[in-house]
Design a protein. Structure first.
Length: 261
């Protein structure tokens, strides 16, 4: 009997195919930067703008993007300085206009003290106005406040040394002040004089130098009273009351003179 060989079929092992995984490269799109988002854009707009508020707005936009952007920082500072200067000039202009109004009020004022107040108000608003300085000097001059007048004349001359009105005013006031000092010296001589007639002469000389001085007028009146010149004493007392209507000493002298009639 024939034995057939058993055929063993070899199992075919198929090679496993490993597919290569395709990794798609991620595309990064370039970000588009709009021109409006650059500090340079807003800086240029600021430079082209005519209105200062707009300039500040555009500089701020540039600085929002880049707080250290030097051109915008410097530009903004310059505009703010310019705005302050314009505001200052506008304030000066308004002050000068108001000062003119006060001066106009002063021109029509008859009372010298009130007139001076208007000029001083004007001067606070326009402190370097040479004409207002002169008018303050003249007002003090008219009120016989000679030291104050001299001070204002000097201020006017500090601005313009050749200002003729101030030069002339200062000369007059300086002369009056010297006369007042000389009058004081004569009064000092009178105080130490025992002879009443000589004493009166000193007072009368002093009065010629300082004619509205109430104290000298009063001393003249008293001297005449002591010399029994009651009529002249009364006349001096009346002069005092024209200057100072409430002067009690003058009133007392008039009463004493009336009792001697």
């Amino acid at each position: 009997e024939v034995v057939n060989e058993e055929v063993v079929n070899e199992e075919v092992v198929n090679e496993e195919v490993v597919n290569e995984e395709v990794v798609n490269e991620e595309v990064v799109n370039e970000e588009v930067v709009n021109e409006e988002e650059t500090p340079e854009y807003w800086f240029n707009l600021a430079n082209m703008a005519k209105d200062n508020n707009k300039k500040i707005e555009y500089y701020n936009k540039a600085l929002d993007i880049n707080p250290n952007y030097e051109n915008a920082i410097n530009g903004k500072e310059a505009v703010l300085k310019s705005i302050k200067e314009l505001e200052r000039l506008e304030e000066i202009r308004k002050n000068k206009e108001t000062a003119k109004k006060f001066c106009k009020m002063a021109y029509g004022e008859k009372d010298k003290a009130t007139q001076l107040k208007y000029y001083e108000k004007a001067l606070k608003l326009d402190s370097d106005n040479i004409k207002i300085l002169l008018n303050c000097a003249v007002a003090h001059h008219n009120l016989k406040e000679y030291n104050e007048a001299l001070n204002y004349y000097d201020k006017a001359l500090d601005i313009n040394p050749g200002y003729e009105s101030a030069v002339n005013g200062k000369k007059i006031v300086s002369k009056l002040l010297k006369q007042i000092e000389d009058a004081k010296k004569l009064c000092k001589m009178a105080y130490g004089e025992k002879d009443k007639a000589t004493q009166l002469k000193y007072y009368e000389k002093a009065l010629k130098l300082d004619s509205d001085n109430i104290k000298i007028l009063l001393n003249c009146a008293v001297s005449h009273y002591n010399l029994k010149n009651y009529k002249i004493c009364n006349e001096y007392a009346l002069k005092i009351l024209k200057i100072d209507k409430n002067n009690s000493k003058a009133k007392e002298l008039i009463e004493l003179c009336n009792n001697k009639k």
